[in-house]
Design a protein around this ligand. Structure first.
Ligand SMILES: Cc1cc2nc3c(=O)[nH]c(=O)nc-3n(C[C@H](O)[C@H](O)[C@H](O)COP(=O)(O)OP(=O)(O)OC[C@H]3O[C@@H](n4cnc5c(N)ncnc54)[C@H](O)[C@@H]3O)c2cc1C
Length: 424
């Protein structure tokens, strides 16, 4: 081909260039797609890893996806060893943030009780505690009396015991958006809001740039996030990413003296997908409906919300007389095995794209987000990470139907099928 001549072909959003995309004047060491908690923190970690010019492209405004709408629950009590490691790393990061950044995500250690309602819950809960303890997490199995002693608002009937970790807690999701936005700004990450990712440029097996609604950027490293929109981001990049979105609802009760305290353990009724914690003198409770089809959250499902409010009243009788002060529904991200995705993009023809890292916390962006972001930045910039064993987190674990050999049983939301794409 004569010098300067450019050959390019597009495959389902993927642009393949023969000149390495070198005609693009806008250049970055790393481009991150999406400015939610994963993309935001990943861009900051990429800068700390030595990447000089980091550009984040966000189709909307930073944090306006799932990240500002979360309930903020953070736990190291995962259902797999890797989930435990991601949670522990993230809690440690939240605790160190103020020293590192001069700002923080508002982490508040409250402790977390994961209730066993059935005998099977109890058997699985005890096994989980043994696995977590073997990995060094200070998890304990508590009888009903011990659980009620720690959280006196719990009724002593209706559950058989609980696993407990004192160092679990919650962050304040809008404050987390503020924290990563400040961190990005201070480390001179170039955040481009209202700029959509529209395609990937490749030369052979390597990424050489991205296309955006504001023009192309030449780069050899791309981190692809998207939260509930990750499947659509994958489609734009010419890949099938088995990830989805589902409605998740959160309500906050009016204040009550029982909740006007400094510390009261959070509680998870795992089988029902109902959890609660202190919030502004009242109780925040969140829920996923296991029987609901996945898809975008458009409205509040008051029937289900009231059903879960009645269930909450059984566990925490004092909530019976409390009104609801606010409630919201938003789309939560998930993967079919409820484990994160962190690894190279694999295009629809089965080829891995060198230089890319797809990153999803699979609906656990508050509890695993910092660790997932750090791993993504490590893989993008250094090609390796010491945070966690990532060998089981790649897209190559999924078959064509999105099935995978592993599964995290302590996870919300419930969907495992990919029938509806929230972006369609
Ligand atoms: C109601 C609710 C409660 C939750 N509670 C908890 C909780 O208690 N604990 C917990 O750990 N997790 C919780 N989650 C999950 C958590 O919020 C998510 O896992 C996390 O926010 C995902 O972060 P993200 O950065 O991957 O996605 P997002 O925050 O959604 O960010 C992705 C970004 O990508 C952008 N984007 C998409 N497509 C494009 C494109 N083509 N070009 C450019 N940008 C694009 C989007 O605009 C968005 O800003 C909750 C979620 C919801 C909805």
């Amino acid at each position: 081909m004569p010098a300067g001549e450019r050959s390019e072909r597009r495959v389902a959003g993927l642009t393949v260039t023969a000149n390495g995309g070198k005609d693009t004047r806008d250049v970055a060491d790393v481009v991150v797609v999406g400015a939610g908690t994963i993309g935001g923190w990943a861009s900051w970690f990429a800068r700390r890893n030595g990447a000089k010019r980091v550009v984040v492209i966000e189709r909307d405004l930073a944090g306006q996806g799932a990240s500002s709408r979360a309930a903020g629950i953070v736990r190291a009590q995962g259902g797999t060893r890797e989930a435990v490691a991601l949670g522990r790393w993230s809690i440690d990061f939240y605790n160190r943030q103020h020293d590192l950044l001069g700002t923080d995500s508002g982490f508040r250690e409250l402790g977390y009780l994961l209730l066993a309602v059935t005998s099977r819950d109890e058997r699985e809960g005890r096994e989980r505690v043994a696995m977590q303890r073997a990995d060094g997490l200070d998890a304990r199995w508590l009888g009903v009396d011990e659980a009620v002693e720690l959280n006196p608002t719990l009724a002593p009937n209706g559950f058989r015991g609980a696993s407990y970790v004192a160092t679990d807690g919650h962050i304040d999701p809008p404050r987390n958006v503020r924290a990563y936005s400040l961190a990005m700004q201070r480390s001179k990450v170039d955040l481009r809001e209202r700029t959509a990712f529209t395609g990937l440029r490749c030369s052979g097996p390597r990424v050489v740039g991205v296309e955006t609604s504001a023009g192309p950027i030449a780069t050899e490293r791309v981190i692809l996030t998207g939260g509930p929109a990750l499947r659509a981001v994958g489609r734009i990049a010419g890949a099938t990413i088995p990830a989805g979105g589902a409605r998740h609802q959160v309500a906050v009760s009016e204040p009550h003296d029982a909740f006007g305290v400094d510390r009261l353990p959070m509680v998870f009724d795992v089988g029902a997908g109902l959890y609660w914690r202190l919030e502004e003198g009242g109780l925040l409770w969140g829920m996923s409906n296991p029987d609901e089809r996945p898809g975008r959250a458009r409205t509040i499902d008051w029937t289900y919300l009231r059903r879960m409010q009645r269930r909450l009243r059984r566990f925490v009788p004092v909530t019976g007389d409390l009104g609801i002060r606010k409630v919201w529904a938003a789309t939560i991200d998930y993967t079919p095995d409820h484990l994160p995705i962190i690894g190279p993009l694999i295009t629809s023809d089965g080829e891995g794209v060198d230089g890319t890292v797809v990153a999803s916390a699979a609906g656990h962006g508050m509890m695993w987000g910092p660790a997932v972001a750090k791993v993504a930045a490590d893989l993008a910039v250094k090609g390796r990470t010491s945070v966690v064993d990532v060998s089981g987190f790649g897209l190559d674990r999924f078959d064509e139907q999105g099935r995978s050999p592993s599964y995290d049983p302590i996870a919300l939301p419930f969907p495992i099928d990919l029938s509806d794409d929230p972006e369609e």
